[in-house]
Design a protein around this ligand. Sequence first.
Ligand SMILES: Nc1ncnc2c1ncn2[C@@H]1O[C@H](COP(=O)(O)OP(=O)(O)OP(=O)(O)O)[C@@H](O)[C@H]1O
Ligand SMILES: [Mg+2]
Length: 419
Amino acid sequence: MSEKPTYEELEQRVKDLESVFHSDHKQNEQELKRLYQDQKKRFKELYCLNRVSESIRWLENLRDILHDIVQLIPASLKYPEITRVRIVFDGEEHVSEGFEESSWCLSAEFLVRDKRGIVEVFYIEERPLEDEGPFLKEERDLLDSIAHMLEEAAEKEYIRNEKQQLEDQYRQAQKMESVGRLAGGVAHDYNNALTAIMGFTDLAMMDSDPTGPLHTDLNQVLKAARRAQDITRQLLAFARKQTIAPIVLNLNSIVESMIKMLRRLIGEDIDLVWLPDKALGNVKMDPSQIDQILANLCVNARDAIAGVGKITIETGMVTLDKTYCDKHAGFVPGKFVLMTISDNGCGMDKEILDKIFEPFFTTKEPGAGTGLGLAVTNNIIAMHKGFIEIESKVGKGTKVIVTLKTERLSYEQEKGIDS
Ligand SMILES: Nc1ncnc2c1ncn2[C@@H]1O[C@H](COP(=O)(O)OP(=O)(O)OP(=O)(O)O)[C@@H](O)[C@H]1O
Ligand SMILES: [Mg+2]
């Protein structure tokens, strides 16, 4: 039988138990607090990721998404009040409110196609060191997840834009096709009628007194008929009803033979600068089509210049590599001939630029333009598997770049044998 503990012994045991109880309790409390803090952090992170994915799902374009996300991130970090965020993508910067940079930074990168993006978080005041600088490992993981989500969102936007572009191109092609068919159908009959009008006007002029008013009126009829014939010529070209005879030629010689005529066309107030590339490759085209392209582009440049100005025609060679072609639909790697026509005229805004190739789109006064010049030019170049690109800025002028496939001379041409 065990001895009964003394009162002192019992008192001591109670004290021991109490102290164990208290220390456990304290430990539990601390453990709970830690768990609570952890959960709170996890919750903040999950909440942030959820908001990011909502943003991606509901906002229409990437710019709005990035703008929204920079504002969302600070709340998910340990010290929201001193957190500033910056996302840079495709040359654009999005920052959170009161943004400033500091040396306490956490960042995550993302890559979409060949464009780099970066999400950066800054503490604008120093804080005690954690796992990685003043930041926690969980925060690093959170930023990586956001960067990954942005990568997917940007890729989706690219695909969406490409699809939209293809649809637009298809619609445009359909429109061109039907306008072309319609225009081609009437242009021939119209041209015949015009030939008769011009012929009979000529006869009537011969019969009239050259100093009389009837002669002056008939002259006006002839002028109007000539203008109408120019338009039908454009329509026929547009409808691809012109008979063409492509040959291998050097663009420089065609431009040179036209320079005099072009100078007359653009007038004395505008300087025409001609910069040929002496080592230019050949292209296969009908010379009359090059005349048409040059006339259309130079008249447009002339009309864009108010008063004095400068038009530059330049030729050159370019090698397009695979990287370029991957980014520009329709291009195939190889050597190309370039012809650039630039002016320092009024330039164009995006709204006009989006429509310039549409047949009958014009900003000119009625009677001054039919809106066929660029549609025709575009058609001719497309027919030769070439490309036309237009760069323009309001008030800064316009640059039209025509890219054409190079063509080797035939054996006879190379040897200088007349065929
Ligand atoms: N170099 C340029 N600078 C500024 N605007 C231009 C230039 N080239 C074209 N444009 C704009 O594009 C429109 C369409 O040009 P396009 O040559 O197809 O038709 P147009 O010149 O108006 O008429 P057309 O050539 O049939 O006489 C023009 O009305 C003009 O607004
Ligand atoms: Mg024109």
